[in-house]
Write a protein of this length. Structure first.
Length: 183
C-alpha cells in the first residue's frame, strides 16, 4: 500500500471518528492502520496520539502527589512497558517509596548481593532507577498474586513481615482517591 493510500485511508478514518459517537471514535482510533513517520496534518497526528495509551500511573492522583519529575516518568514508563495493571503499578511505586534505596539500589534489587547486575549504574540516577524498576517490574509481573506476605518472602526474604506491612500501607496511600490537595 502506498503512502498516498495510507494517508487517504487515515483521513477517512479521521472524518469518521469526528462524526461518530464516543465508542465508535475509540474503535476508529484503535484501528491498526499503519501510518508512516512523515509530517501529517494535525487531525492525523491526533489519531496517532489516541492510539498510544498513557501509562496507568499518570491516571492515579496520589502517585502524582508523592512522586515528581524524572522519578515519576521513569517508573510510569517501566510499569507501562512491562504491562503492569493498576494494582501492580501501585505496588511498584510503593516499593520505590519503602525501599528508598541509595544510588544503585533505589528499589532494593540486589541490595545484599555483591556485584549484582541491577546495581551497575550507581553513578547515574536515571539509568540506575530505570534498571532497578525493570528488575522490580519483572518480579511483580511474575510473582505478585495479591498477597503481600507471600510476595514479601520473595522480594525481601530477610524482613518479610515488616516489609509487607510497610508496602501494604504505601499501596493504600497511593490507591487513595483523595489527593493532598483534597484535604
Amino acid at each position: 500500500m502506498g503512502v498516498g493510500t495510507i494517508i487517504l485511508v487515515s483521513a477517512c478514518l479521521a472524518l469518521t471518528a469526528f462524526k461518530a459517537n464516543d465508542s465508535q471514535a475509540m474503535q476508529v482510533a484503535a484501528s491498526k492502520v499503519q501510518i508512516p513517520d512523515i509530517e501529517l496534518p494535525i487531525d492525523l497526528q491526533v489519531i496517532r496520539l489516541l492510539r498510544k495509551p498513557l501509562p496507568v500511573a499518570y491516571g492515579i492522583p496520589a502517585i502524582r502527589d508523592h512522586f515528581s519529575g524524572s522519578e515519576l516518568k521513569i517508573l510510569a514508563e517501566v510499569a507501562h512497558d512491562y504491562g503492569l495493571d493498576r494494582n501492580q503499578t501501585l505496588l511498584l511505586f510503593a516499593i520505590r517509596r519503602v525501599e528508598a534505596g541509595r544510588p544503585g539500589c533505589e528499589m532494593g534489587c540486589g541490595d545484599e548481593i555483591p556485584n549484582h547486575p541491577a546495581k551497575r549504574y550507581a553513578g547515574n540516577f536515571e539509568k540506575s532507577l530505570r534498571l532497578q524498576a525493570c528488575y522490580s517490574s519483572g518480579t511483580i509481573r511474575n510473582h505478585w498474586d495479591g498477597d503481600f506476605r507471600r510476595f514479601a518472602r520473595i522480594y525481601c526474604p530477610r524482613r518479610p513481615t515488616e516489609w509487607s506491612r510497610n508496602i501494604s500501607q504505601w499501596v493504600g496511600v497511593l490507591a487513595s482517591e483523595k489527593t493532598d490537595n483534597d484535604f
